[in-house]
Design a protein around this ligand. Structure first.
Ligand SMILES: [Mg+2]
Length: 308
């Protein structure tokens, strides 16, 4: 319990989860008062602000930084945590996309016992990934799911979940596989592909188990090529249901592999999602950074880790 004495800060992104993280603040304050009254709470004011706040907090000697938000907020904070394994990172999910928290064994919505585990602060060193200079901690992808993310960002609908489902269905009907060149030591291919997923974590897009065997502390990136190129709408939907369940690795049009480094190229600019955030380029260089971030886990709960 000695970690209770550390200098803790919470970074809340009030717009995460269509405003849920903002409405959740009184409860967060009550839990902090109960378990660690000395902890400070900061709210983000604009996109990218969580990265700046975290960098400043590390400089001020905070020992624990806890994200209250979704995968986007987590990704922003991670940008500042790389190179600071002395700082312990915690996650309280409050976003629309909450895929990363499952790596740690925490649920998407905290019960009282989860707050206890958080403040006990048992931590594990997780790998991170780097793509064109941007860090990620869960997954990234090009192809179908990146196009879903691109359409999600473009749409003006305020409800995050509804907006996501509309983007998903639109691409399920209209998305055309694109020619991609993938190069790694373990596997290379140059052809039309539906999607490539790479990551530390197992799920992306709010519960698609794209990398069902990934471990976030094994020093390797899991990767998977999905072709699905000649499938009609019904067959494609069936295959995506398999991806939701994480049972797609037996499909002959799917190739899972593990690597430390890969390059994905296209003849034209394409969207990529990095922990659900959108980037556009024609070439993505991706590598693992082993044991990069010290993260609080929930002992005794199913997680995606080798060590606990
Ligand atoms: Mg791994």
């Amino acid at each position: 319990m000695s970690d209770y004495d550390g200098k803790w800060a919470f970074i809340d992104n009030p717009v995460a989860g269509s405003g849920f993280a903002g409405r959740y603040l009184p409860e967060v304050r009550a839990e902090i008062k109960r378990y660690h009254p000395g902890a400070d709470i900061f709210s983000t004011e604009r996109p990218g602000h969580a990265t700046e706040l975290a960098a400043g907090l590390i400089e001020q000697g905070y020992t624990h930084i806890v994200a209250v938000g979704g995968d986007g907020t987590i990704n922003e904070i991670v940008q500042s945590l790389i190179g600071h394994p002395e700082v312990t990172f915690g996650v309280v999910s409050a976003g629309s996309g909450n895929d990363f928290v499952h790596v740690l064994g925490f649920p998407e919505r905290f019960a009282e016992k989860d707050w206890v585990s958080l403040f006990q602060a048992k931590s594990v060193r997780l790998d991170a990934g780097k793509c064109n200079g941007r860090y990620f901690i869960n997954t990234l992808g090009v192809g179908f799911d990146a196009q879903v993310a691109a359409d999600f960002h473009k749409m003006k609908i305020r409800n995050g979940k509804l907006r996501y489902w509309i983007a998903l269905i639109k691409n399920l009907i209209g998305y055309k596989p694109k020619r991609l060149k993938l190069v790694s030591e373990e596997f290379s291919e140059d052809r039309a592909m539906f999607m490539i997923s790479v990551g530390n974590g197992r799920s992306s897009g709010g519960g698609f188990a794209v990398l069902p065997n990934a471990l976030a502390d094994d020093g390797l990136l899991d990767a998977c090529v999905f072709r699905f190129n000649n499938d009609g709408l019904i067959r494609k939907t069936k295959k995506l249901m398999e991806v939701i369940r994480g049972t797609h690795n037996q499909d002959p049009t799917v190739t899972p592999f593990r690597t430390k480094k890969l390059v994905i190229e296209s003849s034209e600019d394409m969207p990529m999602h990095i922990d659900g955030e959108l980037f556009v380029n024609s070439r993505f260089e991706i590598e693992i950074i082993p044991a990069a971030v010290n993260v609080i886990v929930n002992p005794g709960h199913p997680n995606y880790l080798k060590v606990v």
